[in-house]
Design a protein around this ligand. Sequence first.
Ligand SMILES: [Zn+2]
Length: 252
Amino acid sequence: MRFFTARFSLAMANFNTHLNGAFLISSTVALTIYKAGLIDDSEFLICVALGTAGGLLPDLDSDHSTPIKLGFDIGALVFAFGLVMHWRSTLSLVSLIVLWIAGYVFIRYTVFHVFTKMTVHRGVIHSVPYMAILGLGLTGLCYYGFEADLSDSWFYGLFVFGGALVHLALDEIYSVNLTGMRLKRSAGTAMKFYQHKDKWWYLLIYGVLALLIYAAPPFAPFVDNVSDPAHWQQLRQGLLPTLLETWWTHKG
Ligand SMILES: [Zn+2]
């Protein structure tokens, strides 16, 4: 059994594969929606960065604690700042300072504590619902906290989630060996939604996910915006190089 475990970990996609895979796919998708006029220049860069970062997220674990601690420090600051930005005109200065400290302490200590507990069960982080929480959380933070545009908020969250799905898919592909036979392993698939041995963690994860879905910014206007034919008309016009375009029109 040990033999299989060793072979399995060798068969998982490595850091570079994840970095390249997530970058390639997120930049292609970001370029497509940029050409369709759905995002501007800076949003394009943010989408690519978020998609690439998303592709690295599932492998985070507490063994590499420095970047994670740094991530939580920055995340806590950003979250607290977002809270203050959101309520800046309705709350008093003293309340805002209390809110700022409470928001920071909540992320840096409470959420960080739960996170480090969770990384002991690494499989819990390496899952579809956990990544959905990160994506939806980012969308909510951008929309409610930073009062970002609705479509941009959804794009940011979806890029993080999409990048993470690319990661899980790559692990899945790499876990199938050359003869096409799936290696026998007790861990289940890389693209996982639930594992019985971590049932309490999954209960917590799905609970948080349900809350986030309930509180999520409206989705329908985003879908309407993306499916607006004007955008896809614009993409079609920008699809081919001008020379080819001219030739095509003349031919037609
Ligand atoms: Zn992985």
